[in-house]
Design a binder for this molecule. Structure first.
Ligand SMILES: Cc1cc2nc3c(=O)[nH]c(=O)nc-3n(C[C@H](O)[C@H](O)[C@H](O)COP(=O)(O)OP(=O)(O)OC[C@H]3O[C@@H](n4cnc5c(N)ncnc54)[C@H](O)[C@@H]3O)c2cc1C
Length: 543
C-alpha cells in the first residue's frame, strides 16, 4: 500500500502532520462570520462498509482492505472531507488494484471490460472536482491506483527529456531529477500527494508556471492504455502530423484511458530560489505591475498578487507575533498603504546573476508604480510553508469554519469584471440564509494575454453534515454561474471532474461535447472508465 497507508482519512496529507490556524486568523473569521460549530475528525464509531464484491482474477495486486477502500472512495474536495469526517462517505470501491507494469494495466482493463467492471483511475486522489469519487453501487467498481508505476524510467540527457511512470508523486519526481542535476519545475500546492499522470490528465498548473510553464508545456510524449487499444506518443520537439494527440490526452481525466508513463521536458536544477515581497497601494496598481512584468517578459518564475482582504489576512497572521505591529501599521498608513494595499510576491530561480537580473527588472517596474519593497522575509516564509497550507483546512474545520477554493482565468481586458462578478456571487451566496461568506482572491498564473483568478472562501459550519454541504454547494453554484456567464473559463487548473461537468457544454458547445464523446467511444466503447467525469454529467455537488 506504500505511502497511502500513512494518508490521513478525511483530511489533507499524512497522519501526525498539521498546520493549525493562528489565534489572530480565527479572530478574523469570528469577526466576519460569527462563531461556528467544530466539525469532528471522524464519525466517532467504527466504520461499517459493505463487503467488497468478488471480482475476477485481475493479473495485478488487489486489495479489499477496508481502510484502503475508504481512502479511495473520494478525493479532496470540501464535501469529500466533510463526508469522511462524518462517516457519511456514500459509496466505496469494491477493491483497489495496483498494477506494476504497463502490461498489467492493459490486462486489468481487458478483464474489467469483459466483466463490466467500472474503473476509476487514481493518481494521488487530490481531485477537488469529484474526479475520483465512486458514483453508486449498481456496478462493481475498481479504484486503479497507479502508485506502483512511480519510477524514473529513462533520462535522455542530451535532449533533457525524462520519462516517468505516471503514478510518480511530486517529491519523487524532483528527488529523482535532483540526482541528475535537473528539475521539472512543476509545483502545484498539492505537490506532496499528486502525481504526474494526474497533472497531465487534469492540465495542472504549478506555482512557478510563469517560468516553467504549465504541465501542457512540459509534456513531450506519453503512453495511454485504453480498453480498445493503446496510444504510444513518442516525444517530439514539434510536429505537424495532424492534430496533436498528446493534447487530446491532456485534460482527458481518465475518460480516454489510463496514462501509464509520461516523458517530460526538464531543466538544470536552479542554484537558488528567491521570493521577494512588495506592497502596492491598490489592486489596480498591482494588476498593472503583474501585467507589465509578464508582457515585458521579465524573467521571473512566479508572481502572485493578493487582493486587499487576502493581504489583510496575511498581515494579521504575519504580524501578530510582532511587538512592533502598531508601529509598522502606522508607518504604512502614513506612506499611503492603507486598507486597500495589496501584497505582491515575485520570485526567480537560477544562478545569482540570473536572479539579480530578474529581481532588479521587477523592482524597477515596481518603483514606477509606487510599490513598497518588503524584502525577502515574507517570501521566505511563503516558500517554507507553501506545501503546508493545505493542512490549514483541517484546523479550521476543527474550529468551526469551512474553507474551499475555486479558480478561473480571463484575458487582461476582462479580468477585473470577472473578479468582481465572482466575488459578489460568492460573498452573497448565503445571504438568504442569514449567513456571511468571506472571500479572498489572488492572481498567481499570469500569461501574456491574461491571468488566472483564484478565490478562497470561508463560511461557518453547523453540527449537520448535510447542511454544511448544502452551504458549500450553494456557494459553488453561484460562483460557477458567475464564471460561466462572464465567459471566463470554468477552470484554470482544477479540471472538470464530476462537479464542473454540467457546465462544460456551455464552454465548449454541443459540437465540442460530441467530439470528446466520439474519442471516448473510440477508446472505451463500453464506457467503463470514469463515468460522470467530463461527459454525461448529472449535478452531483451534494452527492
Ligand atoms: C490542497 C490542494 C491544492 C491543490 N493545488 C493545485 C495546484 O496548485 N495546481 C493544480 O493544478 N491543481 C491543484 N490541486 C488539484 C489537484 O491536485 C490536481 O488536479 C492534480 O493534478 C490531481 O493529481 P492527482 O494525481 O492527485 O490525480 P487524482 O486526483 O488521483 O485524479 C484526478 C483525475 O484524473 C484521473 N487520473 C489520475 N491519474 C490518471 C492516470 N494516470 N491516467 C488517467 N486518468 C488518471 C482520475 O480518475 C481523476 O478523474 C490541488 C488540490 C488540493 C486538494
Amino acid at each position: 500500500m506504500g505511502e497511502s497507508a500513512r494518508r490521513r482519512l478525511g483530511g489533507w496529507g499524512f497522519e501526525g502532520e498539521d498546520f493549525p490556524p493562528t489565534g489572530e486568523f480565527l479572530r478574523w473569521l469570528e469577526r466576519h462570520l460569527g462563531t461556528g460549530v467544530a466539525v469532528l475528525r471522524g464519525p466517532g464509531r467504527p466504520w461499517r462498509l459493505p463487503a467488497g464484491r468478488e471480482l475476477p482474477e485481475l493479473a495485478a495486486e488487489v486489495s479489499q482492505d477496508e481502510r484502503d477502500r475508504l481512502t479511495h472512495s473520494r478525493g479532496q474536495g470540501l464535501p469529500d472531507i466533510l463526508r469522511l469526517r462524518a462517516g457519511a462517505v456514500g459509496f466505496t470501491p469494491d477493491a483497489v488494484c495496483r498494477p506494476a507494469t504497463f502490461e498489467e494495466v492493459g490486462e486489468v482493463l481487458e478483464r474489467c471490460d469483459q466483466a463490466g467492471i467500472r474503473i476509476i483511475p487514481w493518481g494521488g486522489g487530490t481531485s477537488v472536482t469529484g474526479g475520483v469519487n465512486v458514483i453508486d453501487d449498481q456496478v462493481p467498481t475498481l479504484s486503479l491506483d497507479l502508485e506502483r508505476l512511480g519510477e524514473l524510467e529513462n533520462f535522455d540527457e542530451r535532449s533533457r527529456l525524462a520519462t516517468f511512470g505516471a503514478g510518480v508523486t511530486g517529491p519523487r519526481v524532483e528527488s529523482s531529477l535532483a540526482e541528475l542535476g535537473m528539475t521539472l519545475g512543476h509545483f502545484p500546492q498539492s505537490w506532496e500527494l499528486s502525481t504526474l499522470g494526474g497533472w497531465v490528465v487534469t492540465r495542472s498548473s504549478g506555482q512557478e508556471s510563469l517560468g516553467y510553464g504549465r504541465i501542457d508545456d512540459m509534456v513531450a510524449g506519453l503512453r495511454l492504455v485504453a480498453p480498445a487499444g493503446s496510444l504510444e506518443l513518442a516525444p517530439s520537439p514539434g510536429s505537424a502530423a495532424g492534430p496533436d494527440l498528446r493534447r487530446f490526452v491532456l485534460g482527458s481525466e481518465g475518460r480516454f484511458g489510463i496514462v501509464t508513463s509520461v516523458t517530460v521536458r526538464v531543466h538544470p536544477s536552479p542554484q537558488r530560489r528567491v521570493v521577494q515581497a512588495a506592497l502596492m497601494r491598490s489592486w489596480d496598481d498591482g494588476l498593472e505591475v503583474v501585467r507589465e512584468l509578464t508582457q515585458n517578459r521579465t524573467p521571473l518564475t512566479m508572481l502572485r498578487l493578493s487582493d486587499a482582504p487576502e493581504t489583510q489576512v496575511a498581515m494579521a497572521v504575519g504580524l501578530q507575533a510582532s511587538r512592533s505591529e502598531p508601529l509598522i501599521r502606522g508607518y504604512l498608513r502614513v506612506r499611503g498603504f492603507g486598507p486597500r494595499a495589496c501584497l505582491l510576491l515575485f520570485g526567480a530561480t537560477g544562478g545569482s546573476k540570473a536572479i539579480d537580473r530578474a529581481i532588479d527588472g521587477a523592482r524597477s517596474v515596481l518603483r514606477r508604480h509606487r510599490g513598497l519593497p518588503l524584502g525577502s522575509k515574507p517570501g521566505a516564509k511563503w516558500l517554507r510553508d507553501r506545501f503546508r497550507h493545505p493542512y490549514l483546512r483541517d484546523g479550521l474545520l476543527d474550529s468551526g469554519y469551512a474553507t474551499d477554493t475555486l479558480e478561473t482565468a480571463a484575458p487582461w481586458s476582462a479580468l477585473e469584471e470577472v473578479r468582481d462578478h465572482v466575488r459578489k456571487a460568492i460573498s452573497g451566496a448565503l445571504t438568504d440564509r442569514g449567513e456571511a461568506v468571506a472571500v479572498l482572491s489572488h492572481i498567481s498564473h499570469p500569461y501574456l494575454d491574461g491571468a488566472s483568478l483564484y478565490f478562497t472562501f470561508f463560511f461557518r459550519t453547523t453540527a449537520l453534515v448535510e447542511q454544511n454541504i448544502a452551504r458549500w454547494a450553494k456557494i459553488k453554484r453561484a460562483a460557477t454561474r458567475a464564471i460561466v456567464s462572464s465567459r471566463a473559463t470554468l477552470t484554470h487548473h482544477h479540471g472538470i471532474g464530476q462537479w464542473h461537468a454540467p457546465w462544460l457544454p456551455e464552454e465548449i458547445g454541443p459540437s465540442g461535447v460530441a467530439a470528446l464523446r466520439a474519442v471516448a467511444d473510440a477508446l472505451d466503447p463500453k464506457g467503463i472508465l470514469n463515468p460522470r467525469v467530463l461527459l454525461d454529467p448529472v449535478d452531483r455537488l451534494e452527492a
